[in-house]
Design a protein around this ligand. Structure first.
Ligand SMILES: NC(=O)c1ccc[n+]([C@@H]2O[C@H](COP(=O)([O-])OP(=O)(O)OC[C@H]3O[C@@H](n4cnc5c(N)ncnc54)[C@H](O)[C@@H]3O)[C@@H](O)[C@H]2O)c1
Length: 551
Protein backbone atom coordinates (compact mmCIF):
# COMPACT_ATOMS: atom_id res chain seq x y z
CA UNK A 1 0.00 0.00 0.00
CA UNK A 2 1.31 3.42 -0.87
CA UNK A 3 1.99 5.77 2.02
CA UNK A 4 -0.72 8.33 1.61
CA UNK A 5 -2.58 9.02 4.82
CA UNK A 6 -1.28 11.76 7.11
CA UNK A 7 -1.56 10.57 10.70
CA UNK A 8 -1.17 13.20 13.42
CA UNK A 9 -0.08 11.80 16.75
CA UNK A 10 0.78 13.35 20.07
CA UNK A 11 -0.70 14.01 23.45
CA UNK A 12 -4.16 15.37 24.15
CA UNK A 13 -3.90 19.13 23.87
CA UNK A 14 -1.10 19.00 21.32
CA UNK A 15 -3.42 20.59 18.74
CA UNK A 16 -3.92 17.59 16.46
CA UNK A 17 -7.55 18.39 15.57
CA UNK A 18 -7.05 22.08 14.93
CA UNK A 19 -3.78 21.68 13.05
CA UNK A 20 -5.11 18.62 11.19
CA UNK A 21 -8.16 20.50 9.95
CA UNK A 22 -6.05 23.47 8.83
CA UNK A 23 -3.50 21.20 7.16
CA UNK A 24 -6.22 19.25 5.33
CA UNK A 25 -7.65 22.47 4.00
CA UNK A 26 -4.29 23.51 2.67
CA UNK A 27 -3.67 20.20 0.99
CA UNK A 28 -7.21 19.92 -0.34
CA UNK A 29 -7.69 16.72 1.64
CA UNK A 30 -10.40 15.35 3.92
CA UNK A 31 -9.94 15.76 7.65
CA UNK A 32 -10.99 13.08 10.13
CA UNK A 33 -10.81 13.32 13.90
CA UNK A 34 -10.48 9.67 14.93
CA UNK A 35 -12.14 10.15 18.33
CA UNK A 36 -15.09 11.94 16.73
CA UNK A 37 -15.35 9.12 14.18
CA UNK A 38 -15.37 6.51 16.97
CA UNK A 39 -18.07 8.48 18.76
CA UNK A 40 -20.15 8.76 15.59
CA UNK A 41 -19.93 5.01 14.96
CA UNK A 42 -20.68 4.08 18.55
CA UNK A 43 -23.30 6.74 19.17
CA UNK A 44 -21.60 7.45 22.50
CA UNK A 45 -18.90 9.77 23.75
CA UNK A 46 -15.32 8.63 24.27
CA UNK A 47 -15.78 9.26 28.00
CA UNK A 48 -18.88 7.05 28.05
CA UNK A 49 -17.13 4.31 26.08
CA UNK A 50 -14.21 4.34 28.51
CA UNK A 51 -16.40 4.13 31.59
CA UNK A 52 -18.92 1.61 30.18
CA UNK A 53 -16.65 -0.71 28.20
CA UNK A 54 -13.17 0.00 29.51
CA UNK A 55 -10.03 1.09 27.68
CA UNK A 56 -9.37 -2.26 25.93
CA UNK A 57 -12.73 -2.22 24.15
CA UNK A 58 -12.16 1.41 23.18
CA UNK A 59 -8.83 0.47 21.58
CA UNK A 60 -10.61 -2.18 19.45
CA UNK A 61 -12.97 0.47 18.13
CA UNK A 62 -10.03 2.79 17.51
CA UNK A 63 -8.23 0.08 15.58
CA UNK A 64 -11.30 -0.38 13.34
CA UNK A 65 -11.33 3.32 12.50
CA UNK A 66 -7.61 3.24 11.68
CA UNK A 67 -8.16 0.25 9.38
CA UNK A 68 -10.96 2.07 7.58
CA UNK A 69 -8.78 5.12 6.95
CA UNK A 70 -5.41 3.48 6.29
CA UNK A 71 -4.19 4.34 2.81
CA UNK A 72 -6.92 6.95 2.20
CA UNK A 73 -5.98 10.54 1.41
CA UNK A 74 -7.33 11.80 4.72
CA UNK A 75 -5.48 13.85 7.31
CA UNK A 76 -6.29 12.04 10.55
CA UNK A 77 -5.96 13.34 14.10
CA UNK A 78 -5.46 10.24 16.23
CA UNK A 79 -6.21 9.89 19.93
CA UNK A 80 -3.19 10.36 22.19
CA UNK A 81 -2.77 6.66 22.97
CA UNK A 82 -3.40 5.20 19.51
CA UNK A 83 0.18 4.90 18.38
CA UNK A 84 1.25 3.23 21.62
CA UNK A 85 -0.96 0.17 20.98
CA UNK A 86 0.76 -3.06 19.91
CA UNK A 87 1.34 -3.16 16.16
CA UNK A 88 -0.22 0.27 15.63
CA UNK A 89 2.95 2.08 14.67
CA UNK A 90 3.81 -0.40 11.92
CA UNK A 91 0.28 -0.21 10.51
CA UNK A 92 0.30 3.58 10.54
CA UNK A 93 3.71 4.02 8.95
CA UNK A 94 2.96 1.43 6.27
CA UNK A 95 -0.10 3.33 5.10
CA UNK A 96 1.00 6.92 5.59
CA UNK A 97 3.16 9.55 7.24
CA UNK A 98 3.33 9.86 10.95
CA UNK A 99 3.56 13.40 12.28
CA UNK A 100 4.17 14.07 15.96
CA UNK A 101 2.87 17.32 17.40
CA UNK A 102 4.98 17.85 20.47
CA UNK A 103 4.29 20.08 23.48
CA UNK A 104 5.47 20.55 27.03
CA UNK A 105 3.16 19.24 29.78
CA UNK A 106 2.42 22.83 30.91
CA UNK A 107 1.29 23.75 27.41
CA UNK A 108 -0.87 20.64 27.25
CA UNK A 109 -2.40 21.49 30.60
CA UNK A 110 -3.27 25.00 29.49
CA UNK A 111 -4.89 23.66 26.32
CA UNK A 112 -6.95 20.87 27.91
CA UNK A 113 -8.17 23.13 30.72
CA UNK A 114 -10.11 21.06 33.24
CA UNK A 115 -9.86 18.05 30.98
CA UNK A 116 -13.60 17.67 30.43
CA UNK A 117 -14.40 14.67 28.26
CA UNK A 118 -10.85 13.33 28.77
CA UNK A 119 -11.24 10.05 30.68
CA UNK A 120 -7.55 9.79 31.51
CA UNK A 121 -7.70 13.09 33.41
CA UNK A 122 -11.04 12.51 35.12
CA UNK A 123 -11.29 13.43 38.77
CA UNK A 124 -7.88 15.12 39.02
CA UNK A 125 -7.12 18.61 40.26
CA UNK A 126 -4.75 20.88 38.33
CA UNK A 127 -1.57 19.52 39.91
CA UNK A 128 -2.84 15.98 39.37
CA UNK A 129 -3.63 16.69 35.73
CA UNK A 130 -0.16 18.11 35.16
CA UNK A 131 1.45 15.07 36.79
CA UNK A 132 -0.72 12.66 34.76
CA UNK A 133 0.12 14.46 31.51
CA UNK A 134 3.82 14.17 32.36
CA UNK A 135 3.49 10.43 33.07
CA UNK A 136 1.52 9.74 29.91
CA UNK A 137 4.02 11.68 27.85
CA UNK A 138 6.93 9.78 29.37
CA UNK A 139 5.21 6.45 28.68
CA UNK A 140 4.35 7.28 25.08
CA UNK A 141 7.29 9.39 24.01
CA UNK A 142 9.23 6.50 22.51
CA UNK A 143 6.26 5.62 20.30
CA UNK A 144 5.71 9.21 19.21
CA UNK A 145 9.41 9.61 18.51
CA UNK A 146 9.17 7.02 15.73
CA UNK A 147 7.20 9.55 13.66
CA UNK A 148 8.50 10.65 10.27
CA UNK A 149 8.35 14.24 11.38
CA UNK A 150 8.11 16.05 14.72
CA UNK A 151 6.99 19.59 15.30
CA UNK A 152 7.11 21.63 18.52
CA UNK A 153 3.83 23.42 19.10
CA UNK A 154 4.53 25.38 22.29
CA UNK A 155 3.61 29.01 21.82
CA UNK A 156 2.80 28.56 18.15
CA UNK A 157 -0.36 29.21 16.20
CA UNK A 158 -2.49 26.71 14.34
CA UNK A 159 -2.07 28.43 10.98
CA UNK A 160 1.68 28.67 11.35
CA UNK A 161 2.01 24.97 12.22
CA UNK A 162 -0.22 23.87 9.35
CA UNK A 163 1.78 26.06 6.99
CA UNK A 164 5.06 24.55 8.09
CA UNK A 165 3.72 21.00 7.91
CA UNK A 166 2.28 21.54 4.44
CA UNK A 167 5.68 22.79 3.31
CA UNK A 168 7.61 19.98 4.99
CA UNK A 169 5.29 17.29 3.72
CA UNK A 170 5.82 18.65 0.24
CA UNK A 171 2.15 19.62 -0.11
CA UNK A 172 1.20 20.56 -3.61
CA UNK A 173 -0.20 23.96 -2.86
CA UNK A 174 -3.34 24.82 -1.06
CA UNK A 175 -6.94 24.84 -2.03
CA UNK A 176 -9.60 27.35 -1.13
CA UNK A 177 -11.66 26.67 1.90
CA UNK A 178 -14.88 25.77 0.17
CA UNK A 179 -16.54 25.16 3.49
CA UNK A 180 -15.92 28.66 4.78
CA UNK A 181 -16.94 29.00 8.39
CA UNK A 182 -13.66 27.59 9.74
CA UNK A 183 -12.89 29.53 12.86
CA UNK A 184 -9.84 30.38 14.91
CA UNK A 185 -9.78 31.86 18.34
CA UNK A 186 -7.03 34.07 19.71
CA UNK A 187 -7.27 34.79 23.44
CA UNK A 188 -6.34 38.11 25.01
CA UNK A 189 -5.11 37.10 28.46
CA UNK A 190 -6.13 39.82 30.88
CA UNK A 191 -7.16 37.82 33.93
CA UNK A 192 -10.79 38.45 34.80
CA UNK A 193 -11.16 40.61 31.73
CA UNK A 194 -9.86 37.89 29.42
CA UNK A 195 -11.65 37.77 26.08
CA UNK A 196 -11.36 36.07 22.74
CA UNK A 197 -10.96 37.24 19.19
CA UNK A 198 -13.03 34.88 17.04
CA UNK A 199 -11.83 34.87 13.47
CA UNK A 200 -13.86 33.24 10.74
CA UNK A 201 -15.10 33.59 7.19
CA UNK A 202 -18.81 34.15 6.61
CA UNK A 203 -19.44 34.22 10.34
CA UNK A 204 -21.42 37.47 10.67
CA UNK A 205 -24.50 35.25 10.90
CA UNK A 206 -23.04 33.84 14.10
CA UNK A 207 -22.52 37.23 15.75
CA UNK A 208 -25.55 36.59 17.97
CA UNK A 209 -23.77 33.64 19.64
CA UNK A 210 -20.77 35.78 20.48
CA UNK A 211 -22.85 38.63 21.89
CA UNK A 212 -25.28 36.37 23.77
CA UNK A 213 -22.30 34.70 25.45
CA UNK A 214 -21.57 38.02 27.22
CA UNK A 215 -24.85 37.59 29.07
CA UNK A 216 -26.31 40.78 27.60
CA UNK A 217 -30.04 41.01 26.92
CA UNK A 218 -30.12 44.22 24.93
CA UNK A 219 -27.79 45.27 22.13
CA UNK A 220 -27.33 48.44 20.15
CA UNK A 221 -25.36 48.15 16.93
CA UNK A 222 -23.41 51.30 16.05
CA UNK A 223 -22.15 51.67 12.52
CA UNK A 224 -21.49 54.07 9.64
CA UNK A 225 -23.55 54.15 6.42
CA UNK A 226 -21.14 52.26 4.11
CA UNK A 227 -21.01 49.41 6.63
CA UNK A 228 -24.51 49.54 8.09
CA UNK A 229 -26.06 49.50 4.63
CA UNK A 230 -24.24 46.27 3.79
CA UNK A 231 -24.09 44.38 7.05
CA UNK A 232 -26.40 46.05 9.57
CA UNK A 233 -29.47 43.96 8.79
CA UNK A 234 -27.56 40.66 8.93
CA UNK A 235 -26.05 41.66 12.27
CA UNK A 236 -29.48 42.48 13.71
CA UNK A 237 -30.96 39.22 12.42
CA UNK A 238 -28.25 37.22 14.07
CA UNK A 239 -28.57 39.10 17.37
CA UNK A 240 -32.33 38.68 17.43
CA UNK A 241 -32.09 35.00 16.51
CA UNK A 242 -29.88 34.60 19.59
CA UNK A 243 -32.63 36.06 21.74
CA UNK A 244 -31.33 39.61 22.17
CA UNK A 245 -33.40 42.74 21.89
CA UNK A 246 -31.41 44.54 19.25
CA UNK A 247 -31.59 47.84 17.38
CA UNK A 248 -29.08 49.78 15.36
CA UNK A 249 -28.02 53.27 14.49
CA UNK A 250 -25.54 54.97 12.22
CA UNK A 251 -23.15 57.84 12.82
CA UNK A 252 -21.68 59.84 9.94
CA UNK A 253 -18.64 58.27 8.29
CA UNK A 254 -15.12 59.69 8.44
CA UNK A 255 -12.48 60.29 11.07
CA UNK A 256 -13.59 63.92 11.42
CA UNK A 257 -16.79 62.76 13.05
CA UNK A 258 -14.90 60.78 15.68
CA UNK A 259 -15.56 63.65 18.08
CA UNK A 260 -17.35 64.63 21.27
CA UNK A 261 -20.42 65.85 19.42
CA UNK A 262 -21.00 62.35 18.10
CA UNK A 263 -20.36 60.92 21.56
CA UNK A 264 -23.12 63.17 22.92
CA UNK A 265 -25.41 61.97 20.13
CA UNK A 266 -24.63 58.39 21.05
CA UNK A 267 -25.48 59.03 24.71
CA UNK A 268 -28.90 60.32 23.61
CA UNK A 269 -29.40 57.22 21.50
CA UNK A 270 -28.28 54.98 24.37
CA UNK A 271 -30.85 56.65 26.62
CA UNK A 272 -33.58 56.28 23.99
CA UNK A 273 -32.71 52.62 23.56
CA UNK A 274 -32.74 52.11 27.33
CA UNK A 275 -29.21 50.74 27.50
CA UNK A 276 -28.42 49.70 31.06
CA UNK A 277 -25.60 47.85 32.76
CA UNK A 278 -26.79 44.56 31.28
CA UNK A 279 -26.72 45.92 27.74
CA UNK A 280 -24.00 45.77 25.14
CA UNK A 281 -22.83 48.16 22.46
CA UNK A 282 -21.87 46.38 19.25
CA UNK A 283 -19.32 48.41 17.28
CA UNK A 284 -19.75 47.32 13.65
CA UNK A 285 -17.18 49.12 11.50
CA UNK A 286 -13.59 50.18 11.11
CA UNK A 287 -11.33 51.71 13.73
CA UNK A 288 -13.27 54.94 13.68
CA UNK A 289 -16.50 53.25 14.79
CA UNK A 290 -14.64 51.04 17.24
CA UNK A 291 -12.97 54.01 18.93
CA UNK A 292 -16.10 56.18 19.01
CA UNK A 293 -18.65 53.56 20.06
CA UNK A 294 -16.10 52.01 22.39
CA UNK A 295 -15.52 55.34 24.12
CA UNK A 296 -19.24 56.00 24.45
CA UNK A 297 -19.68 52.52 25.96
CA UNK A 298 -16.72 53.07 28.29
CA UNK A 299 -18.32 56.17 29.74
CA UNK A 300 -22.08 55.43 29.59
CA UNK A 301 -23.20 54.57 33.14
CA UNK A 302 -19.46 54.47 33.96
CA UNK A 303 -18.94 51.71 31.50
CA UNK A 304 -21.08 49.09 29.81
CA UNK A 305 -20.04 46.12 27.72
CA UNK A 306 -18.83 46.48 24.16
CA UNK A 307 -18.33 43.81 21.51
CA UNK A 308 -16.12 44.85 18.64
CA UNK A 309 -17.08 43.69 15.15
CA UNK A 310 -14.26 45.11 13.03
CA UNK A 311 -14.90 45.47 9.31
CA UNK A 312 -11.58 46.88 8.06
CA UNK A 313 -8.26 45.06 8.03
CA UNK A 314 -6.73 47.63 10.37
CA UNK A 315 -9.56 47.21 12.83
CA UNK A 316 -9.48 43.40 12.63
CA UNK A 317 -5.83 43.05 13.56
CA UNK A 318 -5.20 46.21 15.52
CA UNK A 319 -7.74 48.69 16.81
CA UNK A 320 -10.48 46.24 17.89
CA UNK A 321 -8.04 44.42 20.17
CA UNK A 322 -6.50 46.03 23.22
CA UNK A 323 -9.21 48.28 24.59
CA UNK A 324 -8.00 51.70 23.47
CA UNK A 325 -11.01 53.89 22.74
CA UNK A 326 -11.29 57.61 22.19
CA UNK A 327 -12.10 60.62 20.09
CA UNK A 328 -10.32 63.52 18.45
CA UNK A 329 -10.34 67.13 19.55
CA UNK A 330 -9.62 70.10 17.29
CA UNK A 331 -6.29 70.32 19.15
CA UNK A 332 -5.23 66.83 18.18
CA UNK A 333 -6.13 63.25 17.48
CA UNK A 334 -7.20 60.75 20.11
CA UNK A 335 -6.66 63.24 22.93
CA UNK A 336 -9.70 62.09 24.90
CA UNK A 337 -10.16 58.42 25.58
CA UNK A 338 -10.31 55.47 27.90
CA UNK A 339 -8.97 51.97 28.16
CA UNK A 340 -12.06 49.79 27.88
CA UNK A 341 -11.53 46.21 26.87
CA UNK A 342 -14.23 44.59 24.73
CA UNK A 343 -16.01 41.47 26.00
CA UNK A 344 -15.32 39.81 22.67
CA UNK A 345 -14.08 40.58 19.19
CA UNK A 346 -15.98 38.95 16.35
CA UNK A 347 -14.10 38.97 13.04
CA UNK A 348 -15.80 37.92 9.80
CA UNK A 349 -12.98 38.15 7.28
CA UNK A 350 -15.40 37.91 4.34
CA UNK A 351 -16.43 41.50 5.12
CA UNK A 352 -13.06 42.63 3.81
CA UNK A 353 -14.29 41.94 0.30
CA UNK A 354 -16.30 45.16 0.13
CA UNK A 355 -13.43 47.27 1.44
CA UNK A 356 -11.97 49.83 -0.96
CA UNK A 357 -8.60 48.55 -2.20
CA UNK A 358 -6.69 51.47 -0.80
CA UNK A 359 -8.16 50.99 2.67
CA UNK A 360 -7.29 47.29 2.49
CA UNK A 361 -3.70 48.14 1.59
CA UNK A 362 -3.47 50.64 4.45
CA UNK A 363 -4.54 47.89 6.84
CA UNK A 364 -1.97 45.58 5.29
CA UNK A 365 0.72 48.05 6.42
CA UNK A 366 -0.21 47.24 10.00
CA UNK A 367 -0.23 43.50 9.28
CA UNK A 368 3.27 43.81 7.85
CA UNK A 369 4.23 45.87 10.88
CA UNK A 370 3.15 43.06 13.21
CA UNK A 371 5.24 40.63 11.21
CA UNK A 372 8.23 42.95 11.20
CA UNK A 373 8.27 43.61 14.94
CA UNK A 374 7.37 40.22 16.34
CA UNK A 375 6.29 37.53 13.88
CA UNK A 376 8.93 36.49 11.35
CA UNK A 377 6.77 33.54 10.20
CA UNK A 378 3.94 35.93 9.36
CA UNK A 379 6.36 38.18 7.49
CA UNK A 380 7.65 35.23 5.48
CA UNK A 381 4.13 34.02 4.74
CA UNK A 382 3.36 37.47 3.33
CA UNK A 383 6.59 37.46 1.33
CA UNK A 384 5.45 34.22 -0.29
CA UNK A 385 1.83 35.11 -0.83
CA UNK A 386 0.85 38.73 -0.24
CA UNK A 387 -0.89 39.10 -3.60
CA UNK A 388 -3.02 36.03 -2.90
CA UNK A 389 -3.80 37.27 0.59
CA UNK A 390 -4.96 40.62 -0.78
CA UNK A 391 -7.02 38.97 -3.52
CA UNK A 392 -9.21 37.65 -0.67
CA UNK A 393 -10.03 34.51 -2.62
CA UNK A 394 -8.58 31.93 -0.27
CA UNK A 395 -10.38 32.17 3.06
CA UNK A 396 -8.02 29.72 4.79
CA UNK A 397 -5.03 31.82 3.83
CA UNK A 398 -6.67 35.09 4.88
CA UNK A 399 -7.66 33.58 8.22
CA UNK A 400 -4.08 32.37 8.76
CA UNK A 401 -2.78 35.88 8.25
CA UNK A 402 -5.40 37.42 10.50
CA UNK A 403 -4.78 34.85 13.22
CA UNK A 404 -1.06 35.50 13.25
CA UNK A 405 -1.39 39.27 13.07
CA UNK A 406 -4.03 39.37 15.82
CA UNK A 407 -1.87 37.13 17.97
CA UNK A 408 0.92 39.71 17.96
CA UNK A 409 -1.42 42.39 19.25
CA UNK A 410 -3.12 40.02 21.70
CA UNK A 411 0.13 38.88 23.27
CA UNK A 412 1.54 42.39 23.52
CA UNK A 413 -1.66 43.71 25.11
CA UNK A 414 -1.79 40.73 27.48
CA UNK A 415 1.71 41.59 28.71
CA UNK A 416 1.40 45.37 28.73
CA UNK A 417 -2.19 46.55 28.68
CA UNK A 418 -1.47 50.19 29.49
CA UNK A 419 1.51 50.83 27.25
CA UNK A 420 4.12 50.94 29.98
CA UNK A 421 6.70 49.06 27.92
CA UNK A 422 6.27 46.35 25.32
CA UNK A 423 3.16 47.86 23.73
CA UNK A 424 5.26 50.80 22.55
CA UNK A 425 6.77 48.46 19.95
CA UNK A 426 3.44 48.59 18.12
CA UNK A 427 4.35 52.20 17.35
CA UNK A 428 7.01 51.03 14.90
CA UNK A 429 6.91 53.47 11.99
CA UNK A 430 4.57 55.82 13.82
CA UNK A 431 7.03 58.57 14.80
CA UNK A 432 7.68 59.60 11.20
CA UNK A 433 4.24 58.35 10.16
CA UNK A 434 2.55 60.84 12.47
CA UNK A 435 4.88 63.56 11.23
CA UNK A 436 3.83 62.86 7.63
CA UNK A 437 0.14 62.90 8.58
CA UNK A 438 0.57 66.20 10.42
CA UNK A 439 2.60 67.80 7.61
CA UNK A 440 -0.07 66.75 5.13
CA UNK A 441 -2.78 68.21 7.38
CA UNK A 442 -4.32 64.72 7.74
CA UNK A 443 -5.51 64.91 4.17
CA UNK A 444 -4.68 62.78 1.19
CA UNK A 445 -2.69 60.21 3.12
CA UNK A 446 -4.15 57.27 5.00
CA UNK A 447 -2.72 56.36 8.39
CA UNK A 448 -1.45 53.00 7.12
CA UNK A 449 0.27 54.69 4.19
CA UNK A 450 2.04 57.10 6.53
CA UNK A 451 3.05 54.21 8.78
CA UNK A 452 4.41 52.39 5.74
CA UNK A 453 6.74 55.28 4.93
CA UNK A 454 7.63 55.67 8.61
CA UNK A 455 8.52 51.99 8.93
CA UNK A 456 10.89 52.05 5.99
CA UNK A 457 12.52 55.18 7.39
CA UNK A 458 12.85 53.56 10.83
CA UNK A 459 14.28 50.38 9.33
CA UNK A 460 16.89 52.40 7.39
CA UNK A 461 17.80 54.25 10.58
CA UNK A 462 18.08 50.89 12.36
CA UNK A 463 20.57 49.77 9.73
CA UNK A 464 22.48 53.04 9.84
CA UNK A 465 22.73 52.78 13.64
CA UNK A 466 24.15 49.28 13.24
CA UNK A 467 21.18 47.66 14.97
CA UNK A 468 19.60 45.85 12.04
CA UNK A 469 21.51 43.77 9.50
CA UNK A 470 21.97 45.29 6.09
CA UNK A 471 19.11 44.49 3.74
CA UNK A 472 16.41 44.61 6.44
CA UNK A 473 14.92 47.88 5.18
CA UNK A 474 15.03 46.74 1.56
CA UNK A 475 13.14 43.56 2.44
CA UNK A 476 10.52 45.53 4.31
CA UNK A 477 10.16 48.12 1.56
CA UNK A 478 9.81 45.43 -1.12
CA UNK A 479 6.93 43.80 0.73
CA UNK A 480 5.17 47.10 1.39
CA UNK A 481 5.47 48.03 -2.27
CA UNK A 482 3.88 44.73 -3.29
CA UNK A 483 0.92 45.69 -1.09
CA UNK A 484 0.65 48.91 -3.11
CA UNK A 485 1.95 51.10 -0.29
CA UNK A 486 4.23 54.15 -0.51
CA UNK A 487 7.65 53.73 1.09
CA UNK A 488 9.40 57.09 0.60
CA UNK A 489 8.75 60.09 2.84
CA UNK A 490 7.24 63.06 1.01
CA UNK A 491 9.59 65.98 0.35
CA UNK A 492 9.32 68.48 3.19
CA UNK A 493 12.26 70.48 4.55
CA UNK A 494 14.12 68.73 7.35
CA UNK A 495 13.15 71.49 9.78
CA UNK A 496 9.48 70.85 8.99
CA UNK A 497 9.96 67.21 9.91
CA UNK A 498 11.85 68.20 13.07
CA UNK A 499 9.09 70.49 14.16
CA UNK A 500 6.51 67.82 13.37
CA UNK A 501 8.47 65.45 15.62
CA UNK A 502 8.48 68.14 18.28
CA UNK A 503 4.72 68.42 18.02
CA UNK A 504 4.56 64.63 18.23
CA UNK A 505 6.25 64.51 21.61
CA UNK A 506 5.97 68.11 22.77
CA UNK A 507 9.62 68.95 23.46
CA UNK A 508 12.53 69.08 21.07
CA UNK A 509 15.10 68.37 23.80
CA UNK A 510 13.15 65.42 25.13
CA UNK A 511 14.16 62.02 23.91
CA UNK A 512 11.69 60.05 21.89
CA UNK A 513 11.33 56.30 22.38
CA UNK A 514 12.07 55.47 18.81
CA UNK A 515 11.17 51.95 17.72
CA UNK A 516 13.96 50.26 15.80
CA UNK A 517 14.20 46.87 14.14
CA UNK A 518 16.89 44.43 15.18
CA UNK A 519 15.99 42.36 12.18
CA UNK A 520 12.81 41.08 10.57
CA UNK A 521 10.63 39.87 13.42
CA UNK A 522 12.34 41.68 16.28
CA UNK A 523 12.01 45.25 17.51
CA UNK A 524 13.33 47.36 20.34
CA UNK A 525 13.18 50.96 21.50
CA UNK A 526 15.96 53.53 21.70
CA UNK A 527 15.66 56.88 23.47
CA UNK A 528 16.72 59.33 20.74
CA UNK A 529 16.67 63.09 20.34
CA UNK A 530 14.70 64.33 17.33
CA UNK A 531 18.11 65.41 15.90
CA UNK A 532 19.32 61.83 16.15
CA UNK A 533 16.23 60.40 14.54
CA UNK A 534 16.60 62.86 11.68
CA UNK A 535 20.34 63.65 11.45
CA UNK A 536 21.30 66.04 8.66
CA UNK A 537 22.62 63.03 6.79
CA UNK A 538 19.42 61.12 7.43
CA UNK A 539 17.50 62.67 4.60
CA UNK A 540 20.48 62.39 2.30
CA UNK A 541 20.76 58.71 3.15
CA UNK A 542 17.09 58.38 2.38
CA UNK A 543 17.63 59.90 -1.03
CA UNK A 544 20.57 57.62 -1.69
CA UNK A 545 18.38 54.67 -0.75
CA UNK A 546 15.76 55.79 -3.25
CA UNK A 547 18.34 56.31 -5.99
CA UNK A 548 20.00 53.01 -5.20
CA UNK A 549 16.80 51.25 -6.02
CA UNK A 550 16.17 53.28 -9.14
CA UNK A 551 19.48 52.23 -10.66
N1 LIG B 1 -7.96 51.95 19.23
C1 LIG B 1 -6.82 51.66 18.68
O1 LIG B 1 -5.99 50.94 19.24
C2 LIG B 1 -6.53 52.17 17.30
C3 LIG B 1 -5.43 51.71 16.60
C4 LIG B 1 -5.23 52.17 15.30
C5 LIG B 1 -6.12 53.08 14.74
N2 LIG B 1 -7.18 53.52 15.47
C6 LIG B 1 -8.16 54.45 14.89
O2 LIG B 1 -8.83 53.77 13.84
C7 LIG B 1 -9.29 54.71 12.89
C8 LIG B 1 -8.94 54.23 11.51
O3 LIG B 1 -9.60 53.01 11.30
P1 LIG B 1 -9.80 52.39 9.85
O4 LIG B 1 -8.54 52.43 9.12
O5 LIG B 1 -10.48 51.08 10.09
O6 LIG B 1 -10.73 53.44 9.15
P2 LIG B 1 -12.29 53.79 9.20
O7 LIG B 1 -12.97 53.17 10.36
O8 LIG B 1 -12.41 55.24 9.05
O9 LIG B 1 -12.80 53.04 7.89
C9 LIG B 1 -12.27 53.41 6.62
C10 LIG B 1 -13.38 53.50 5.56
O10 LIG B 1 -13.81 52.20 5.21
C11 LIG B 1 -15.23 52.09 5.28
N3 LIG B 1 -15.51 50.69 5.62
C12 LIG B 1 -15.24 50.05 6.77
N4 LIG B 1 -15.50 48.75 6.67
C13 LIG B 1 -15.93 48.54 5.41
C14 LIG B 1 -16.33 47.37 4.69
N5 LIG B 1 -16.26 46.16 5.24
N6 LIG B 1 -16.74 47.52 3.43
C15 LIG B 1 -16.75 48.75 2.85
N7 LIG B 1 -16.36 49.88 3.46
C16 LIG B 1 -15.96 49.77 4.73
C17 LIG B 1 -15.60 53.10 6.32
O11 LIG B 1 -16.94 53.48 6.18
C18 LIG B 1 -14.63 54.22 6.04
O12 LIG B 1 -15.08 55.02 5.00
C19 LIG B 1 -8.68 56.05 13.28
O13 LIG B 1 -9.67 56.78 13.95
C20 LIG B 1 -7.57 55.67 14.25
O14 LIG B 1 -7.33 56.69 15.20
C21 LIG B 1 -7.40 53.07 16.73
Amino acid sequence: MARRTIWLVGMMGAGKSAVGAALARRLGRRFVDADAEIEARAGRSVAALFSEEGEAAFRVRERAVIEALAGSDAVVALGGGAVAQPGARERLTASGYLVWLRAEPRTLLARVGRGEGRPLLAGLDEAGRLARLGELLAAREAHYAAADLALDTDGRLVGELAEELAARLGGKGRQGDALGGAERTVPVELGERRYEVRIGWGTLARLGETVAATGAKRALVVSVPPVGRRYGAAALRSLRAAGLRATRLEVPDGDRTKNLRQVARLYEAFADAGLDRSSVVVALGGGMVGDLAGFAAATWLRGIAVVQVPTTLLAMIDSSVGGKTGVNLKRGKNLVGAFHQPRAVHVDAALLRSLPRRVLAAGMAEVIKHGAIRAPALFELLERDIERVMALEDPGLVIDVLEQAVAVKAVVVGLDEREQGLRVLLNFGHTLGHAVEALRGYRGVLHGEAVSMGMVFAARRSEALGIAPEGTAARLAALLRRAGLPTELPEFPRRAYLSALGVDKKKREARIRFVVLKGIGEADTLPLLPEEILPPAGLAARQRGAQGRAR
